[in-house]
Design a protein around this ligand. Structure first.
Ligand code: PAF
Length: 286
């Protein structure tokens, strides 16, 4: 496995591959890798060249967010990826990524200003811009993203369609702990009883799915039902059902809806989602 720190080194290695029949896959990450990331890497199996990028992207963090304390475990990440038989790791510096170029960014549009975007202004402009740059630099045939960040995944698909980007976007299922908590690099910041409370987000989404399976189609009833599963004192940023294309709420919830939620526990913000009809999705431990 080779590790590249600059676009120039990466391009020198990939240049002969771009003009060959080799299929290239990319898993973009911010490092602090866990089983969830590794499950995305495993989806690259059929590709000839497997690339993972590691870059804690400053432009997707707001001023009061956790950029400085975002976990950085580079050596361990590299070891894990070596074990997964990844071919190349691209871990650029901020300078290599953005340099002194003019700050031109991707506008995520209205869909980038709701839910996560309402709480984190500029977040999706940062995400889409860096993902676009990675897609341009790596030119993968397949790019793999986790379903856990469902709005991010939806926006990346929408960007690829809007800009005619050739990469096929593949989604990987969310991996969960035994109580359903979605795996996330930020879970390590949950202290003591916070870790126990964190399971409530999945339990609330799961309850929404049960209500749906029992025939409930009213958005208000689903929303209230899910909220009732979150203990008083825990801040709910949103907990609702949206349709999966435009992420808009509709009074009558359909089979294509997604239950989405974000809550705050201590200093940690947790997000998660479930398909209303996905009855096969059991909590999966690594
Ligand atoms: O999901 C993430 O880890 C990041 O948002 C991504 C897609 C790597 C862009 O920085």
């Amino acid at each position: 496995m080779k590790v590249f720190a600059t676009q120039a080194e990466l391009a020198a290695e990939l240049d002969p591959l771009w003009s060959s029949a080799a299929r290239i896959s990319l898993v973009p990450t911010m490092g602090a890798l866990h089983e969830g990331h590794l499950s995305l890497v495993r989806l690259c199996g059929p590709c000839d060249v497997r690339i993972v990028s590691i870059f804690v992207n400053p432009t997707q963090f707001g001023l009061n967010e956790d950029f400085a304390r975002y976990p950085r475990t580079f050596e361990q990440d590299v070891e894990l990826l070596e074990h997964e038989r990844v071919d190349f790791v691209y871990a650029p510096s901020v300078e290599d990524m953005y340099g002194r170029r003019a700050k031109i960014t991707v506008d995520p549009g209205d869909m980038g200003r709701i839910w996560e975007g309402a709480v984190r202004p500029d977040h999706f402009a940062g995400v889409l811009t860096v993902v676009l740059k990675f897609l341009q630099r790596v030119k993968p045939d397949v790019a793999i993203f986790g379903e856990k960040d469902f709005q991010q995944l939806t926006l990346i698909r929408a960007m690829c369609a809007a800009f005619d980007l050739p990469a096929q976007v593949v989604a990987g299922k969310t991996l969960r702990e035994a109580d359903g908590l979605a795996m996330s690099s930020r879970n390590r910041f949950l202290k003591g009883s916070e870790r126990e409370q964190a399971g409530q987000l999945y339990q609330a989404l799961e309850y929404g799915r049960e209500l749906f399976a029992g025939g409930e189609r009213s958005l208000d009833v689903l929303r209230e039902g899910m909220r009732s599963k979150i203990a008083p004192g825990i801040q709910i940023d949103y907990l609702t059902a949206v349709e999966t294309e435009r992420l808009a709420e509709a009074e009558r919830v359909t089979d294509h809806a997604r239950l989405i939620g974000a809550i705050r526990i201590g200093s940690v913000r947790l997000i998660d989602n479930l398909a209303v009809t996905d009855i096969t999705e059991e909590p999966a431990t690594a």
